[in-house]
Write a protein that binds this ligand. Sequence first.
Ligand SMILES: [Zn+2]
Length: 216
Amino acid sequence: MNTCYMCKAPATGPPEHVPPQCIFPEAAQYRKGLITVPSCPEHNLGKSMSDEYMKFIVLCSGGTNELVNTTFGSVLRSFVRRPHLVPKFMPNRREVSIAGQDTAQISLDYPRFKTGIESMVRGLYFHKTEGKCKLLGDIFFGMFWEQMLGDEDFKARCREAIRNAEITENYEGANPRVFQYAFDSRTIGKTSMCRLRFYEGDPIWITWENVNAHET
Ligand SMILES: [Zn+2]
């Protein structure tokens, strides 16, 4: 029997969408050929809140195209329906002005965001290789940098990783205006790297060490 993309349990749950379906606009033209992977019930139904949170954060990334507005509307509607989510998704919210534009600064719940990104990368890795990876590395995302202005060590590691990155692969994805991904040349080696890009915005870089990469 197939096992779950995340663990050794039998894949008895419904197939898991990677990325989660909620990230795509509702129109069918932007939901072509969605990727699904076998999943146990825990790693499918158990993570809808981290999916929603990850959707909220990636929709806020810089450089996105105009399609993001349609999807952001669904986030705002869910805030109206469930107002208790607002302080959960936007803790320590305060108005700021950046380059003359009024915007807001919020604290990022990094562990929750990382959980969402981790299951997505593991799902994509399984889709591509039928192997399972353990995600142990870092997530580099332009949005974080402002918040980490005081952390010179983190910024230096970001620059180093991007400078040394071996970008060898073109982006893949059946709905390129919504979501694209690329596993770069070290993926099957010791250090793996992948890029995720939502709504043509700033890419998110993820690195990890392969440990028991093909353990099943
Ligand atoms: Zn599982």
